[in-house]
Design a protein around this ligand. Structure first.
Ligand code: NAP
Length: 276
């Protein structure tokens, strides 16, 4: 396979750093970081956080001249996003749009990491033909960015990822790292019981991106998920049992189902209380 130049925006995050490690085996990878960096050998790093500045986004793309830009910035935590709607819009939408324009300038393929939070969460096992009906800020901003990308780019791939399983780094632990740490410290974080997902290992995302690059896949919206439909509460419970932690995570949304009126207000109030 041809060695490509890949720019990962948000490359020090949980997803970005895992992708950088895997993709650097076959390609030349450069990552952007904002507040701190945990360097991976063989990967180049640039500090960059000026997503609001279209010209600066274009300038960084012009200085690196990537063949592929992967946009992996922003948190996938719906509670954090709900608490700071301006930062959420800035990171998941405005920054994503500016980096798309920058990618067009240098004729790079643009891979946007979207999320299964664009769906209501009532069913699980989502497919490409399902209607996206987000109920909260993270999903709404993801969907707006997707629409912008589809309407303006001729060389993009949008990947709607289910929750990704794997290990993060010191600055950006994965949500499973955070679950384990919170149980060790006796915090018992809460997880929703009635919102369904199809978690998948982060290695599957790397494999998919390898295939997209190798086969020059274009202008597709792909879903990445595992075979098991499960609530985050049940997954957290099994994870803790599997690693012999004799504790159960807290339950959230015990009364209402996802999609019921008031579900998200109640869920976010509970989640905010457990995560503060
Ligand atoms: N984790 C999952 O299970 C999952 C599932 C589906 C989709 N995704 C998507 O994958 C992407 C990355 O998720 P993640 O779990 O890796 O999040 P993460 O660990 O929190 O990492 C986010 C990265 O984005 C950077 N970032 C955030 N805001 C920024 C800003 N305003 N300017 C510049 N950099 C900024 C962070 O840099 P600093 O730390 O330096 O601020 C960090 O490197 C998100 O778009 C998420 O929706 C993740």
């Amino acid at each position: 396979m041809d060695k490509k130049k890949i720019l990962i925006v948000g490359g020090n995050g949980f997803v970005g750093s895992n992708l950088a490690r895997d993709l650097a085996r076959d390609h030349r990878v450069t990552c952007t970081w904002r507040t701190s960096v945990d360097r991976i050998p063989g990967v180049e790093y640039h500090q960059f956080a000026l997503f609001h500045d279209k010209e600066k986004c274009t300038a960084i793309a012009q200085s690196i001249e990537p063949d592929v830009v992967i946009y992996a910035a922003g948190s996938n935590d719906p509670v954090k996003c709900e608490k700071d709607p301006i930062l959420t819009q800035h990171t998941h939408l405005t920054g994503a749009n500016h980096m798309l324009i920058a990618s067009d300038y240098v004729k790079a393929k643009y891979i946007y990491l979207s999320s299964d939070w664009v769906f209501s969460g009532m069913e699980g096992n989502f497919s490409e033909s399902d209607t996206a009906i987000p109920s909260y800020g993270l999903g709404k901003n993801k969907l707006s960015a997707e629409n912008y990308i589809r309407s303006r780019s001729l060389n993009h791939v949008i990947i709607r990822c289910a929750p990704l399983l794997g290990r993060g780094n010191i600055d950006h632990p994965s949500w499973l790292d955070q679950l384990r740490d919170s149980e060790i410290s006796g915090q018992h974080r809460g997880y929703p019981q009635h919102s369904f997902h199809n978690p998948v290992h982060i290695g599957e995302l790397s494999k998919l991106i390898h295939r997209i690059i190798e086969n020059d896949v274009r202008n597709k919206t792909l879903h990445l998920g595992g075979l098991t439909k499960i609530s985050l509460y049940d997954l957290a419970t099994r994870f803790l049992a599997g690693f012999d932690y004799h504790a159960k995570p807290a339950k959230l949304d015990s009364g209402k189902r996802c999609g019921d009126s008031g579900f998200f207000a109640e869920l976010f109030a509970d989640l905010a209380a457990t995560q503060d």
